[in-house]
Design a protein around this ligand. Structure first.
Ligand code: CA
Length: 223
């Protein structure tokens, strides 16, 4: 599980980061709103801990812009004041939960676990990106009315893309998240799988859903 901690108070950011690392999470830190937004759009985080008061761009604006781009990463917002107005503003901007500073680290951990649990059990087992639909329970995949047959490996790669639409996914991320065995990192096996996936999910004469991002990797285009 990869978590992004966004807090300009370096001491607090350090404490939260170290605490989460000790719990086994992978943790990155950002110290202003623009850096946070850039990182959230570049890396498929499983959770974001986002302070409201930040230099360059506040947490509310970051959250609102990420949601406007259909980024569904769970967001736990931190604020210094416990006013109803602040809480409403945070939740209205698209945050999933709210924690008032100062907080006990154990409470932060409990909220993090709850959000990740919620994410792991989606209310609907269906993932949708445009007219591409994946039923994560029956493992069926459809493009519009057309049913698509995928191998287990193709399925796990496509599921990873569909859980992170519009995010640039590197070959290393595919390796780490959709592969369960070691393979020669120099081989072009991931590109081979991407080519096979494209031939199965794309519609003739239409732009490919999985775009190549030169020098970086791939991206599943959401709209
Ligand atoms: Ca702050």
């Amino acid at each position: 599980m990869r978590v992004l901690v966004v807090e300009d108070e370096r001491r607090l950011a350090g404490i939260v980061k170290r605490g989460l690392l000790e719990e086994g999470y992978s943790v990155d830190a950002a110290y202003d709103g623009e850096e946070a937004q850039y990182m959230a759009e570049s890396v498929p985080y499983d959770l974001m801990i986002l302070d409201v008061m930040l230099p360059r761009k506040d947490g509310i604006a970051v959250c609102r812009e990420l949601r406007a781009k259909d980024m569904n990463v769970p967001i736990l917002m931190l604020t210094a004041r416990d006013s109803v107005e602040d809480r409403v503003k945070g939740l209205d901007s698209g945050a999933d939960d709210y924690l008032v500073k100062p907080f006990a680290f154990s409470e932060l951990l409990a909220r993090v676990r709850a959000l990740l649990r919620r994410e792991a059990l989606p209310r609907t087992p269906k993932l949708r990106v445009g007219d591409l639909v994946m039923d994560t329970q029956t493992r069926e995949v459809w493009r519009g009315q057309r049913k698509i047959e995928l191998t287990t490996k193709e399925h796990s790669i496509l599921e990873y893309f569909m859980r992170h639409p519009n995010v640039v996914i590197t070959r290393t991320m595919i390796e780490e998240n959709a592969w369960d065995y070691e393979f020669d990192a120099m081989s072009n096996i991931i590109d081979v799988y991407i080519r096979r996936l494209r031939s199965k999910i794309d519609e003739e004469g239409k732009e490919s859903l999985i775009q190549t991002v030169r020098g970086a990797g791939y991206r599943l285009k959401a709209s």
